[in-house]
Design a binder for this molecule. Sequence first.
Ligand code: 13P
Ligand code: SF4
Length: 307
Amino acid sequence: MAADSLVQKINKLKQERDAVILVHNYQPDEVQDIADFRGDSLGLSLEASRTKAQAIVFCGVHFMAETAAIISPDKKVIMPDANAGCPMADMIDAAGVRKLKKKYPKAKVVCYVNSSAEVKAESDICCTSANSIKVCASLKDAKEIIFVPDKFLGHYTSTKVPDKKFILAQGYCPTHARILPEHVLAAKKQHPQAKVMVHPECRPETIALADEVASTGGMLKYARETSAKEFIVGTEVGMVYRLQQDSFGKKFYPLDDGAVCPNMKLTTLEKVLWSLEELKTEVRVAPETAAKAKLAIERMLAVGRND
Ligand code: 13P
Ligand code: SF4
């Protein structure tokens, strides 16, 4: 089916179903184009908590849809492709968190939103890359923080919250881990006037060479507000499309063309249409787990952004 007619059908059905389409900044270009709201993990969670729509079509990965289902239990949250997972989120489970809590009983547990509902349920508070510093700094009485699952975001956050000891789990994002310092050096040589921005899921050696470290939402803000006209973008390549649309007149170059998240690319317009037709695949979380995870997410939402 031609893309135009697919989009028309999606828009018609969206109204009939009273659905809102939430889209992450890494989604394929044509999926970004049909968004009612496009954003980073924190922005999408906030939007899911505020929407009046009956159904949420979540174009992103599973933990994001699960987070929306936890904070909006009265809504139907559906994913166009429920196989879209996040390998980093699978790098720790609830038993792994319990083991760390047993070893460090005085520590508070901060979990990156890129985690399962069960892991969130074991945690004191959640964070995203837009607020990990603010979240950790908000734990005034904690001297030790167990940070799961992302060792790179945890390490970056620890450098900004020096009064606390961080115990880092060993997860990482394969898409961001492949962005290396040599990519930064080569890109800087090609575009000497450009500012380098990288996601905090990158390796510390890569982060050390950047002008700005930010969530995908923070990158948009930086690109808009900084006087520079060119930017090297160290994150998943879908972000370049978003930046090109929102920061007019500026140029954006991917730091590494191969930084593709295959899970983010599973969503297609055909699958969005099908999910609206069938109202599938619904993402549900067991009520007991959801109730505990909700506390950790709500605490995070109350903290706000650091970028
Ligand atoms: P953001 O919250 O910065 O959009 O990042 C989400 C993510 O999965 C990064 O890999
Ligand atoms: Fe997970 Fe990395 Fe994909 Fe983000 S880019 S969803 S962290 S695998």
